[in-house]
Design a protein around this ligand. Structure first.
Ligand code: FAE
Length: 543
């Protein structure tokens, strides 16, 4: 069982897996594994198949591999392990190139303007690492590539409040999550904490200290935020001992150093079991089920610029969907609405939310400098979640512009009760999100109540030139899509999809719209909990 695997066996597996990732990159392969695999045929069969390589998928692949189950993992993005002509794998935010953006000819930065000047750049169309999926009045940012969101996110590994999680996920034993699965997920992800003494003196968190002073002056509580970015590496970056990444404006287009993304943790360990193979640039399009219960996937093979080179059909007995909230929901919705899996629950497509995301900037006084060099990895949050009228957890976000900006930026997570839903659009053969700007208003109201107080206490105002027009709050995008195949509604209490056996959802689609903090630690812990039960009951026990 997973818990019994010794740390030395895990690190041996990680080492083997990392070697496989490096040699696949060197050879430009789209198949990554530690044991020779049969040539893909047009009609393959695998015992278990995982779609995606984000948090839920990576956990599932590792635990299946450890249990000896031959497992194929399909990822629509590329393996991020090859250096470009500049010697770097990823580009930074100040000089974005084609590596930044998934299949577009212009970058789509969340802070679209500075002093009303457009910060976006033209880029060549490429299978880049950050995607923005536009659904009318809501755009969703997601990571593409081996590691999913872990490649582009801010690395904040935050444990949700126990009381709120119990409310969000009724019917599950949350004590067990805190006792067993949050610690397991944190250990596997390599969660670490900033050294408070270094934080107080370093230049690169000046911006966070300024925000902390302003919050405390308002009577608010702040808290350090754990991270999967190696704080020791960051300290050495500042000391000039190692190459810079978090301190060189590397965040949303990937980090060349310091970040423990999933390809270095769970996925490396999964490959090292010898039972897991990952195929990149493989986009799952549809799912059918044969009379004998085999799931058959139609998979599109993509090239570097997203052109479809061909399709392949792959059969599996156990199908795990880890394509993220948008991806897993779309696959199931399409299957239900096209009649391929008609017995799927009417709940599929419901319970979607933005985690109450809203972004804002405050204009600081001239004497409150936030620093020209800012760590791209946040380390501090304002915790006002217990405010009964306006619950907010606001991370103090960087603005790594390479110059002094006198701006304090925040990504606020609010307790927005609004939920969207998806419908299937037959004409475009895609899932369309039903979400209106009005549904984002509660997020603004909550954040505004908090930051109006901060402004009053500090004699400051909002910045109104950061989001492309004159709005002071940006709630038309989210980094934290959650829901669509909600645990206990569209699935049973362990992610088994209702209506079909041996079909599972493992990712953020399970979480009903809001978790009150940055979500990847919760998604990882939940996936650990679910796969342990599913392995024991569905795969390792003879029927
Ligand atoms: P996810 O990580 O999205 O992975 C899904 C994977 O499936 C991706 O690799 C897709 O390319 C792939 N995929 C999708 N459809 C298909 C298909 N049809 N066929 C094959 N592959 C497919 O899923 N969260 C935090 O907790 N802390 C943070 O600091 C933080 N910062 C963020 C910053 C940014 C800019 C962004 C975009 C997100 C951030 N998040 C953060 C959110 C976090 O990354 C996200 O909740 C998780 O990555 C979601 O994990 P999933 O397993 O649901």
């Amino acid at each position: 069982m997973p818990a019994a695997v010794s740390p030395s066996a895990l690190s041996r597996r990680r080492f083997l897996g990392l070697a496989a990732l490096n040699s696949a990159a060197a050879l430009g392969l789209t198949t990554i594994g530690t044991t020779p695999t049969a040539e893909a045929t047009d009609r393959e069969f695998v015992p278990a198949l995982v779609v995606g390589t984000g948090y839920g998928a990576a956990v599932t692949a590792l635990r299946l591999g450890e249990a000896g189950v031959p497992t194929l993992v399909l990822e629509m993005g590329r393996l991020w392990n090859t250096r470009g002509p500049d010697g770097r794998i990823f580009c930074d935010m100040l000089q974005p190139d084609r590596r930044s953006t998934w299949l577009r000819t212009r970058t789509q930065a969340p802070l679209a303007t500075f002093l009303w000047a457009d910060v976006n750049r033209d880029v060549e169309r490429y299978t880049g690492v950050l995607d923005r999926v536009d659904h009318g009045e809501m755009s969703v940012y997601v990571g593409r590539g081996v590691g999913g969101g872990s490649l582009v996110n801010g690395a904040m590994a935050v444990t949700p409040k126990r009381g709120y999680l119990a409310e969000v996920l009724p019917g599950i034993d949350v004590d067990e999550l805190y006792r067993t699965y949050f610690p397991r997920a944190s250990a596997m992800l390599g969660v670490n904490h900033v050294d408070p003494a270094w934080f107080e003196t370093c230049e690169v968190y000046r911006y966070a200290r300024v925000s902390r002073t302003h919050a405390h002056r308002t009577g608010l509580r702040t808290t350090f935020v754990p991270s999967v970015y190696d704080f020791d590496h960051m300290r050495r970056e500042e000391a000039g001992e190692v190459p810079r990444s978090a301190l060189a404006a590397e965040v949303i287009y990937g980090n060349n150093h310091g970040k423990r993304s999933l390809d270095q943790t769970y996925l490396a360990a999964a490959l090292g079991t010898g039972n897991v193979t990952i195929r990149t640039l493989h986009q799952v399009h549809s799912i059918e089920r044969e009379p004998d219960g085999t799931y058959v996937l139609t998979v599109r093979l993509l090239d570097d610029v997203g052109a479809v080179l061909g399709t392949r059909r792959i059969g599996t007995r156990h199908l795990f969907l880890g394509a993220g909230s948008l991806g897993s929901t779309e696959l199931l919705l399409r299957a239900r609405e096209t009649g391929a899996l008609p017995a799927l629950s009417a709940e599929v497509g419901h319970g979607w939310g933005t985690n109450g995301n809203v972004m804002l900037g405050r204009a600081n006084h001239m004497w409150d400098t936030t620093g020209a060099t800012q760590s791209g990895m946040p380390a501090l949050g304002i915790d006002a979640w217990d405010d009964p009228a306006h619950p907010v957890f606001a991370e103090v976000a960087p603005l790594p512009a390479g110059t002094e900006t006198w701006v304090s930026v925040y990504l606020a997570i609010t307790r927005n009760p609004e939920r969207g839903h998806f419908t299937y659009d037959a004409a475009s053969d895609s899932a369309r999100l039903r979400w209106t700007a009005a549904q984002g208003q509660p997020s603004i109201d909550m954040a505004k109540a908090l930051f109006d107080k901060v402004n009053r206490a500090n004699g400051t105002i909002y910045r109104s030139e950061l989001f492309g027009d004159t709005r002071e709050f940006e709630n038309r995008f989210t980094y934290h899509p959650l829901g669509g195949v909600v645990l206990g509604r569209a699935t049973d209490g362990y992610g088994r999809v209702r209506g079909y056996d041996r079909l599972y959802v493992t990712d953020g689609a399970l979480v009903p719209g809001n978790v009150g903090v940055n979500p990847f630690l919760t998604i990882t812990a939940l996936a650990e909990r679910n796969i342990e039960r599913v392995l024991a009951e569905d795969l390792l026990t003879p029927p």
